[in-house]
Design a protein around this ligand. Structure first.
Ligand SMILES: [Zn+2]
Ligand SMILES: [Zn+2]
Length: 643
């Protein structure tokens, strides 16, 4: 009897018993078979060399599939281990998983520390072994066999792991002279690994427990082509240059102070200009879109968050309540703006004609993050959301989604994020009881979110089971200039807060109804958004955002007066910048302005002063010729206008 295999395109094909993933790949095309790394069989990733079950839906995985990459990197960890064992007989192994970018292996080198020469030796050993094209071979072993093998080897770490496994579930993988305890899967053979680099060596406690022994963690990355490794290293270097923490310091945008507290950013004057421009940009767009700005306090009574459910969710694991001298009072730093906005909605009776009510606030919230999790502006303990809540009737959800999508796209376009996709997160249809809210409302909202996205021409993927228990949502993913993905601009439907806060409106039928609530924040948090923006544009902000738009540079002291006159004129037109009248050579002044990434430099000397002109220089692009000052200001003002 033949086996039945469903392919990703929906077709079903029959193959003889014993057909492997590799055979199927080959039957599709030789190119696919050559690049195939593993196979997904009924949702499980497996070795290509294993025989397929009688009925299966499959997908052949290559380097371009995340699961294919994972398998590649995990297999590379085995290869690294093989090299280590060849170089350091008696080395013991902890675990070696794939990670976001590459893999690591935790090893016990018996107290030996690795110097530069060792690392070079490891790299060349890995490359040498890779060329052998050793096959990764899977073998079922009994627990007794597994224990015997690693007892013989004296590897207490693997023994500890085996002891936690049930007999009958244990597999070994072997390649070349190396055998590892592993459930797999792996790529066909080591020859796929064409480029390898050791990225880092660090200490790591066995199983992350500081009471255990400190092992050596070797981080590596591999690729199927040398060119891809070269590109990866180039991107890493570029990412380092663009790191928002580094640029934030160099461009004097923000800082942190131990005394103020970890994860609590201090915005410096230049960073504040940037942030205020972003706020102003969003405020204007929101007023046009019919939002009403509101302001709410940074703290709220504990009961507010008990009602909203946030206390139950965050209470113990977040900042603890603030107590007043009156013992009966307890407040929490607000982790969310939504409960406050619900109370504003409730401040007066609402009729169906009043809806939608759109309340917008640049609301600062505080969430406890463990100190180890904090990272520049992307993971902080206090941040400001460009938050808004839309309270609408169920029949208005679609129109509101369309409007919010427009707003989000306006943000992306104005800030140079041209590469984005969106995900529609839906219920798990098999577990409908997990979700709050009526079936009919869910079906309608899910359909309408998709329709709204389609209407605006968004590239979307719909993912079942990704919705929050309280409502479906639309998430945007942008790709930055380095090809890294960031999630920005979630639009979330919420059926639970209106219920918990007993929000109502009077319908055209004179009956009380519950509004639907939509949470949305196109930037997300200003802190994180600024971090993404800095790294995306490498600190070269669009002109309308740049903290300093212009530097006026007199060629020598003799022209300081004319330079001051030019600078004064610019200020009249709200052009931001500075006058560099230091007693320095012009070359030095230009270099400094370039380092500070000032978009425009106006250089003035004898001729400019005599003719009422300025010599224009653009950051990174050099000389742009001379212009009348008035002429320059007129054209420049058009360029700096907030979109
Ligand atoms: Zn493995
Ligand atoms: Zn909210």
């Amino acid at each position: 009897m033949n086996i039945k295999i469903s392919l990703p395109d929906g077709s079903v094909r029959e193959f003889p018993q014993g057909t492997t993933g590799y055979d199927v790949a080959l039957s599709i095309s030789e190119g696919l078979a050559r690049n195939a790394l593993a196979i997904e069989v009924n949702g499980e990733v497996r070795d290509l060399s294993r025989a397929l079950p009688e009925v299966a839906s499959i997908k052949i995985l290559t380097w371009n599939d995340p699961a294919g990459k994972n398998t590649f990197w995990h297999s590379s960890a085995h290869l690294l281990a093989e090299a280590l064992e060849a170089l350091y007989p008696g080395v013991k192994f902890g675990i070696g998983p794939p990670i976001d970018n590459g893999f690591y292996y935790d090893v016990d080198l018996g107290g030996r520390s690795l110097g530069e020469a060792d690392l070079a030796a490891i790299e060349s050993k890995v490359k040498e072994l890779a060329k052998k094209e050793s096959r990764f071979q899977r073998r079922d072993v009994t627990k007794a066999e597994a224990l015997a093998y690693f007892t013989e080897k004296g590897d207490q770490y693997k023994l500890e792991l085996i002891n936690e496994l049930a007999d009958g579930t244990i597999t070994f993988y072997e390649q070349g002279n190396f055998t590892d305890l592993c459930r797999g899967p792996h790529i066909p053979h080591t020859g796929f690994i064409k480029a390898f680099k050791l990225m880092n060596v660090a200490g790591a406690y066995w199983r992350g427990n500081e009471k255990n022994k400190m092992l050596t963690r070797l981080y590596g990355i591999t690729f199927p082509k040398q060119k891809e490794l070269d590109e990866h290293i180039h991107l890493l270097e570029e990412a380092k240059k663009r790191d928002h923490r580094k640029l934030g310091k160099e461009l004097e945008l923000f800082t942190f102070s131990e005394k103020v507290g970890m994860g609590l950013p201090l915005w410096l004057p230049k960073g504040t200009i940037l942030r205020e421009r972003l706020e102003q940009f969003m405020r204007r767009a929101q007023v046009k879109a019919g939002y009403d700005p509101v302001v709410t306090p940074h703290i709220g009574g504990k009961q507010l968050y008990v009602t909203s459910g946030h206390y139950e969710k965050y209470g113990k694991d977040s900042f603890q309540p603030i107590r007043t001298p009156d013992e009966n009072e307890e407040f929490l730093l607000k982790p969310m703006n939504c409960p406050h906005h619900c109370e504003i909605y409730k401040s007066k009776p609402r009729s169906y004609r009043d809806l939608p009510v759109r309340l917008a606030e640049f609301g600062t919230v505080y969430r406890y993050e463990q100190s180890g999790e904090l990272h520049g502006l992307t993971r902080v303990r206090g941040f400001t959301q460009d938050d808004a809540h839309i309270f609408c009737r169920p029949d208005q959800v679609k129109a509101e989604f369309v409007k919010v999508i427009d707003l989000v796209l306006h943000v992306f376009n104005s800030l140079g994020f041209t590469n984005y996709t969106a995900q529609v997160s839906l219920r798990d249809p098999a577990n409908k009881e997990k979700y709050i809210g009526e079936d009919e409302l869910w079906n309608r909202a899910e359909r309408e979110i998709q329709e709204a996205a389609d209407e605006r021409g968004l590239k979307t993927v719909a993912v079942q089971g990704e919705a929050a228990f309280y409502g479906p949502k639309l998430d945007f993913m942008i790709k930055d200039a380095l090809g890294r993905s960031w999630q920005l601009g979630t639009i979330q439907v919420d059926y639970i807060l209106p219920q918990r806060f007993e929000l109502e409106y009077v319908g055209s039928d004179n009956q009380r109804h519950r509004p639907v609530m939509i949470h949305r924040a196109p930037f997300g948090s200003l802190e994180r958004f600024v971090a993404v923006l800095i790294e995306h544009c490498a600190g070269n902000f669009p002109l309308w955002l740049a903290p300093d738009q212009i530097a006026v540079l007199p060629i020598s002291e003799r022209f300081n007066d004319y330079a001051a006159e030019v600078f004064g004129k610019l200020k009249e037109f709200d052009i931001r910048g500075f006058l560099d009248d230091r007693d320095e050579k012009i070359g030095r002044k230009i270099r400094d302005a370039e380092t500070k990434k000032i978009p425009f430099m106006l250089i003035v000397g004898e001729r400019e002063a005599a003719e009422g002109k300025v010599a224009v220089r653009k950051h990174g692009q050099g000389d742009q010729g001379s212009l009348d000052l008035e002429e320059f200001i007129t054209s420049f003002r058009k360029e700096i206008a907030t979109p």
